[in-house]
Each structure stands twice: as C-alpha cells, then as structure tokens.
Design a protein around this ligand. Structure first.
Ligand code: GDP
Ligand code: IMO
Ligand code: MG
Length: 426
C-alpha cells in the first residue's frame, strides 16, 4: 500500500482537520509529518468543536493509530494540555497514539527565543505563533536539538541544561528582553515525564512495516504550501517543508510510496500573520468574508486576512505537491455573494504573470479577476452535491477547468456531516 497525503494548498487553515476526520474511517493510520503546536486543526461533530495542535486528526475514531512523525516538533506542555482536553471523551489514547523517537522537542527557551526574535524584528516580524517553531527547527538543522528518544537517556538532564545554556547566551544578546525561565521549566520537565507514558517508537520502521502489511495510511499536513520553508512566501513562512516531499522526510516514506495527494483549499483565500497576499481584500468585502467564515485563528485567535481565490497561487501549489484530487472547503461562506471573483493572473509593472513569481513583496502585484455568478442560497443544509445550485456546480467546474485536477469533495459547513462528494467525478 502507498501513503496518501492530505495537505493545505494556501496559507494554512484550509480545513485539514475536518477532512482528515471525515476520511479517517477509510484508513488504519493517520500520521502527522511536520509542524507542531503552531497548527490548529478543528473538527466538529455531535455539536462539539475540538481543536488539535500536535495530535493527528484521526484520534476520535476507533481502531485507528495516530502517529506523530519524526518531522514534527513537540512541546510537551502543550501536548499534555491537548491530552487533558481529550480526557472527558474517554478515548483509549495509549492504544491510539504513537510518537517517533526522532521527533524534536520544543524547549521553554525555544519559545523565549521565538518571542525575542519576533520582538527584535519590530514591524518586519513574521507574525509567528510564538510556539518556538523556528528556533526548534534551527536547532534541528544546527544539530543541537533534543529528541523524544533523548528523554529516556540517563544524561537527559545534562543534555537539556547544555542546550538551555546555549539559548541563554543567545537571549542575552537581545536588548530589553526579560524572561523568567524558572516558572516555565518545572511544568516542562513534569510534562516530559508524562510524555514517557505514551509509546515512543522507531516510526519509520513502523510505518514501512504497516505499508508492507497492507495498512492504509493518510499523512496529515500542517500549515499550507505557501508557508513552506522553500516554496512559500519566504521569509514569511514556517520552518518546515509543508509540501508532499515533507511526507518523505517527516515520516521516512520513500517518494515511490506516495499514493494520492489530496490538496485542500478554501473557496476563497485567507492568511494569518505577516507577508504578501496578492488577492487580499482590505475592504468591506474582506470583512464580510471574515465574518461569514468566522476567520479567526484556531491557535492564536488572531483575525485572518481574507481575499478572493488565487488561481496562479493554487496552480503553483498543485504543481509542487503533485495533487491528484482537490477538496474545496467553506463554499457556504460565499452563500451571500451575488458575484464571486477569481484571480486569473497578476500584472507586475504592466507585465502579465500566470504563475506565482519570485518577488511578490517588493513590487506591486495587481491581481486581475474574472467574475463568476454566485449561488446566493444556503448550502449548509445540502446533503447531496447533485442537489447543489447550478451556480455552485458552475464555480466548481470553472475551477476544475483552470486547475486541471478534479474537485472530489465540496465542504458546506464545519460539521463532519456537511461534506459533499462530487458524484460526477468521484
Ligand atoms: P486547518 O488548520 O486546516 O485544520 O483549519 P482550521 O481548523 O484552522 O480552520 C478551519 C475553520 O473552518 C475551522 O473553524 C473549521 O471548523 C471551519 N470549517 C471547516 N470546513 C468548513 C466549511 O466547509 N464551512 C464552514 N463554514 N466552516 C468550515
Ligand atoms: P494550520 O496547520 C495558518 C503562520 C503564522 C506565521 C508563520 C510562521 O492550522 O493550518 P510559526 O509559528 O510557524 O513560526 O509561524 O506561519 N502559521 C500558520 N498559519 N495555519 C497554521 O497552521 C499556521 N502555522 C503557522 O501565522 O505567519
Ligand atoms: Mg488551523
């Protein structure tokens, strides 16, 4: 069996958590391959809304293993808080959740470094989630990091202290940055002890054995393609590879073992944090989308920036990821619009660009739009794509023609049940 991948094609928050939860009954293993508690994946069913940060979105379904891969970074404190939130649901976590020994640990000082670095950048700040993601991946590539496997070592405390001392030296170079490490350290070390209660495994071996034994595996991306460290809107990106290739390095899955790549996008577009966003609407239309889509961050609560769908951006993401199927999310958010716009290309210095160019920060990027008729009706109660208004089908077909990949799922509300299979193409 090959590993299917589900990942975001925009700037994150496309609705990955919801669709992974919907697809989980078709899989034996759900595996996160990158990112960490910067992610906020929302699932809604039976009237309850759950937000997961580090734990894969298959955790609520019986008989499914949830794997946290080597490419993920874990903050033991946030991880424990997530587990505490799940406690009322009596899920047998110990039989459902496994963690790679090679996953890196986010230390309290990584969070402090993230905060100090962002404060020092002033108006040029990345808009990081302040979870310590950048500094943790820097220590990973700098070959200083601590990994889950280290917590079992008799020298763990020394390794920890040595890294913390390095961090203190760096923190001393930031002017006016005050911190109290003492109050963070105790809870962190206690959470590390709790982490030991869960199975830490050689996950690359585990996942490859599972594939050999015919198990069906879905890799769950975090963030989105435009936040990828290599292909995103650098430097306003996260510090991991969020694209399909990240599955190979973040789980130990060979490129020849990648199956379907499900790319997910909103019927419009959002971004949270700083950085370029060519189709951003800083007017009442953007405000209307934010209100109708409740576009506020699942991790930080920050208002998300909103805009129209961007076809050159999506085509770029589809190309980089090798997307084989698309899921269009939050179609219902556009229920009240007479017309919808889609950006077909950009004008930069009067020149036409049909693709996402290198520089979108220091030049004026003028998005050129095509107007499409809206459906102007309530999609949230639809139970079949066949019954969808003609204007919605027209929008879906328009996108399929332009993106050259079938849209097999259309989501019309946050609940598990508000998910339509595009029967025409499925
Ligand atoms: P993720 O990070 O990609 O998992 O996405 P988030 O959970 O951060 O953000 C997506 C938000 O949209 C969450 O609040 C979801 O409950 C919600 N959502 C997902 N699909 C739909 C949909 O089709 N319609 C509406 N209205 N909300 C949706
Ligand atoms: P999910 O998985 C949206 C953004 C931050 C910031 C930049 C860098 O829920 O889609 P970081 O904390 O990673 O150093 O922040 O990336 N960002 C996200 N935006 N969804 C996410 O995850 C994000 N994770 C990070 O806002 O601009
Ligand atoms: Mg999110």
């Amino acid at each position: 069996m090959k590993v299917d991948v589900l990942l975001g094609l925009q700037w994150g928050d496309e609705g990955k958590g919801k669709i992974v939860d919907v697809l989980t009954p078709q899989y034996d293993i759900i595996a996160r391959f990158q990112g960490g508690p910067n992610a906020g994946h929302t699932l809604e069913f039976e009237g309850i809304k759950h937000v997961l940060h580090t734990i894969p979105s298959g955790i609520f379904r019986d008989g499914v293993i949830n794997l946290i891969g080597n490419g993920v970074v874990i903050d033991p404190v946030i991880f424990q808080q997530e587990l505490d939130k799940l406690a009322p649901y009596n899920l047998d976590i110990k039989s459902r959740l496994v963690i790679s020994k090679k996953a890196h640990l986010i230390l309290p000082t990584h969070r402090l470094l993230d905060a100090a670095s962002e404060a020092a950048k002033g108006k040029d700040k990345i808009g990081s989630t302040l979870k310590g993601i950048g500094p943790t991946y820097m220590d990973k590539t700098g070959r200083n990091g601590l990994r889950v496997g280290d917590i079992y070592s008799p020298n763990f405390k020394e390794k920890y202290t040595s890294l913390v001392n390095k961090h203190k030296n760096i923190l001393n170079h930031f002017d006016d940055f005050e911190y109290n490490l003492g109050e963070l350290e105790g809870p962190w070390l206690a959470a590390v002890e709790k982490l030991k209660e869960l199975p830490a495994i050689d996950s690359e071996q585990y996942i490859n054995d599972a594939m050999k034994n015919g198990k069906k595996i879905l890799a769950e991306g975090a963030q989105g393609t435009m936040l990828d460290i290599d292909f995103g809107t650098y430097p306003f990106v996260t510090s991991s590879n969020t694209v399909t290739a990240g599955t190979c390095t973040g789980l130990g899955v060979a490129p020849t073992k990648i199956g379907d790549v499900i790319g997910i996008f909103k019927a419009y577009c959002t971004r949270v944090g700083s950085g370029p966003f060519p189709t951003e609407l800083e007017d009442e239309v953007g405000e209307e989308i934010r209100k109708s889509g409740s576009e506020f961050g699942a991790t930080t609560g920050r208002p998300r920036r909103c805009g129209w769908i961007d076809l050159p951006q999506l085509k770029y993401a589809i190309m980089i990821n090798g997307v084989t199927k698309l899921s269009m999310m939050k179609a219902d958010v556009l229920d009240g619009f007479d017309t919808i716009k889609a950006c077909t290309h950009y004008l930069i210095d009067g020149e036409r660009y049909d693709y996402f160019p290198y520089d979108v920060s220091d030049v004026e990027v003028v998005p050129v739009y095509e107007e499409i008729e809206g459906w102007n009706s309530d999609l949230t109660t639809l139970s079949s794509y066949n019954d969808a208004p003609a204007a919605l089908k027209n929008y879906v077909e328009y996108l399929e023609r332009n993106l050259e990949v079938p849209i097999t799922v259309v989501s019309v509300g946050p609940d598990r049940s508000q998910t339509l299979n595009n029967k025409v193409l499925a």
